[in-house]
Every structure is written in C-alpha cells, then in structure tokens.
Design a protein around this ligand. Structure first.
Ligand code: ZN
Length: 387
C-alpha cells in the first residue's frame, strides 16, 4: 500500500540537471510548479513508477537554499505515497517519531508531511497523499434505497457510464479516469449497491444480476436511452452483462482488467484479498481509508458480502457462454503485470466477443488507480469516439 512516490533532489540549476536526466533516461520535465510557502520551484520527471522532483530555491532563506549551502547539491528527501495521510501521521507519532509538520499542501496537488532526519538515519522522509476536489455524490432511487453516482463533464456531450470493481467504488478506482474522460464526454460514474456512497441494501444478496439492475436503474433515473459503458474489473463483467440484457441501451463498450474465468485458485486468491481480519491486522492506513470510502462499519460487511459473491462465481463463469452474443464494439484492455488475473482473461474476451479489439498495457498492475492513464485514456477515448 505504501509506495515510493518521488525522490526530491536539491539543484542549483534545474536546466543543467534536466539535461543530465535527458541524457540518462531520455525523459523530459513534464511539469514545473512553484511552491510559494516553501520558496521552491519544483520540476517533475517520470522515472518508472516513481518520479524525480528537482527542487530549485526561489529565495536565499528557503530550506533548499540552506541545504545546498550546507551540503551542496544532491538527494534532499525521499517521499512515500500513502492512502490516508492523517492516519499515517497519527501512526508514526504513536511509534514515537516527531513529524516536522502536520499534513499541509505541497507541490503536485498533494498533502505532505516530513519526519526529522535525526530520527531516520539522516534521511529526510516525506509522506504524501494526492488531494482531489471532492466529488459530489448524487442519488438515484433503487428498490427501497438509493445508489450514489457522480456526474462530470458537459451535459450535452455523449454519455459514458463508468463502473468500478469489486469492493471498490468511484472515489477509490474510477474517479481519475472519469475526470480525464469528462473533457470529451458526459461521464456518469456509479457506485454499486453496498459500495462507496451507495446505500448498503443489507437484505439483498450480491449477484451479477443485482449489479446489472443497478446500472439499469441509473439509466432510468437519468432518462438515458443509450450510452457508452466503461467497466473496470467486476465493472467490466457487469458492463458486458448489461449489454446482453439491454443491447439497445449500449453504444460502445470498454472493459478493463476484466475476467470471466473463475477457477478455484482465483476464487481463493480473491477470498484472501477480501479477508478483513487480515487487513485489520496489517494496516491501520488501509482500515482508515476503507472506512472513509465505504463508511466506518459498512466496509467489513461489504467485504463479507463480496466473499459470498466470489464463492458463487466458482465454476459458474467457466461455462459462461453469453458474450459471443454481445454485438457491440468492445475495447478489451488489460495489463500484463496483473497481480490478480492472467493475460488469458483479456484474450478469452477478445476471442469470444464478436466485435472486439485488444489493448495490453505493458508493465502495469491490476489496480486502476495506479494505471498510467496517459496510456489508457487516449485508447479508450479513441474507441468510444468511433462511429
Ligand atoms: Zn517532495
């Protein structure tokens, strides 16, 4: 869960250092940003899954200027990305470390705090969390309660319905993609029943049909006669099932990291991932994050119900034969370093859908929130814009 986000490097002349990394990594600065409160100008360079942050002082009394005066140019700090910075801040304090500050806004639209290097073997360590403008959930009626959905982009643009994965929600998984697609489409991102901001619907059993009916209820509520549908993981399966049940409502389909072949091994792996006792033992940050995303008591119930859902998948989808009847143009996208599904999953879809194309992103893992959207979004946009 905690990953390297970037390495901060104090530099005297950022242009010189940019040239160095252009030589070494064949990569350019993709963003430059001043952080007035710190008196620095930051320049970001992609370096695989992490980034380099070149720090150039804007004033002689900035921390970076003092660092260079004392220790010359070089590595200034290393930064780790966390999912809930407040929880991390509290945890390291409980462990006896002294954060240099409370979480505050830093460069790159992040909340950050530092630990003092005297407690961390001379390394200045930063923790950071991406900050987002909060999306406002709207409510669509479903049975005796409500489903949450988020609407982005131009109301007059062509609609794209966006579906998240199992035990996920819009804010956890599909929000960044939805934001990117919203420059060209009217995007409507749904939280399935019991997920995210939607009601729990405790009396209902989770089944594919239930989630398909969720999508139908959203279409009805918005008066959508036809839309593109994008689905991630479980959401991709629901998108395909929705297209089978309501073919006239779907224009193009785009499914990402979706699997229909559930053998015992995969069911077991999924059950381990849904083991809330293990999560509670392992990570206070993850517990805080899941509580925030699904509600304090709801997330445990959600994980339990998704376990039952997963158990019911065993064997059921191996003989699944409906997709050859899905006539819609479908982009099947996947990642080749998926830690949940094998590359057979997208190939199976591609082989059996009558009208599909296949796109595999190299070097990426399952979680959509970590996928390089610079690669995925143009491909999805091009597909959905086809005549
Ligand atoms: Zn930093």
């Amino acid at each position: 869960m905690i990953e390297l986000d970037h390495v901060g490097i104090a530099v005297e002349d950022a242009q010189e250092v940019q040239r160095l990394f252009k030589d070494l990594l064949s990569t350019d600065v993709y963003k430059t940003e001043d952080v007035g409160s710190q008196g620095v100008r930051t320049h970001f360079i992609h370096a695989g899954s992490a980034k380099l942050e070149l720090l150039e002082s804007l004033s002689p009394d900035s921390a970076v200027a003092k660092f260079i005066a004392k220790r010359k140019e070089g590595i200034h700090h290393i930064a780790f990305k966390v999912s809930n910075i407040k929880a991390t801040w509290q945890r390291v304090k409980r462990l006896g470390y002294t954060p240099l500050n409370e979480p505050t806004p830093g460069a790159d639209n992040k909340q950050i705090f530092f630990l003092h290097p005297k407690e961390t073997h001379g390394m200045l360590i930063e923790f950071c969390q991406k900050q987002k403008l909060p999306l406002q959930a709207q409510k669509a009626p479903f049975r005796e309660g409500h489903l949450a959905y988020y609407e982005l982009g131009d109301k007059d643009a062509y609609p794209v319905v966006v579906l998240h994965g199992a035990a996920g929600c819009t804010q956890m998984e599909t929000e960044l993609l939805a934001r990117r697609l919203s420059t060209q489409f009217r995007v409507i991102a749904l939280d399935f029943a019991g997920h995210g901001q939607s009601d729990a619907f405790e009396s209902l059993t989770f089944t594919p049909d239930l989630f398909v009916d969720n999508v139908a209820a959203l279409f009805d509520h918005l008066g959508l006669s036809k839309a593109h549908v994008f689905g991630f993981s479980l959401g991709g399966f629901i998108a395909l099932s929705f297209a089978q049940k309501h073919p006239e409502k779907v224009h193009h389909l785009s499914v990402h990291a979706t699997n229909l072949i559930w053998d015992q091994k995969l069911v077991d792996l999924m059950l381990t991932r849904l083991d809330h006792k293990q999560i509670k033992e392992r990570s206070v940050e993850l517990v805080a994050y899941l509580s925030e995303m699904h509600g304090k008591d709801n997330w445990v119930l959600l994980f339990e119900r998704m376990k039952d859902y997963t158990l019911a998948l065993r064997g059921y989808l191996t003989e699944y034969s409906g997709i050859e009847k899905v006539p819609h143009q479908t982009l099947v996208s996947a990642v080749d370093k998926d830690d949940l599904f094998t590359v057979h999953s997208p190939v199976f879809l591609y082989d059996n859908l009558p009208n599909s194309s296949l796109f595999i992103l190299p070097g990426q893992r399952h979680a959509l929130q970590n996928v390089d959207l610079d690669q995925l979004v143009p491909m999805v946009t091009r597909h959905l814009s086809r005549k």
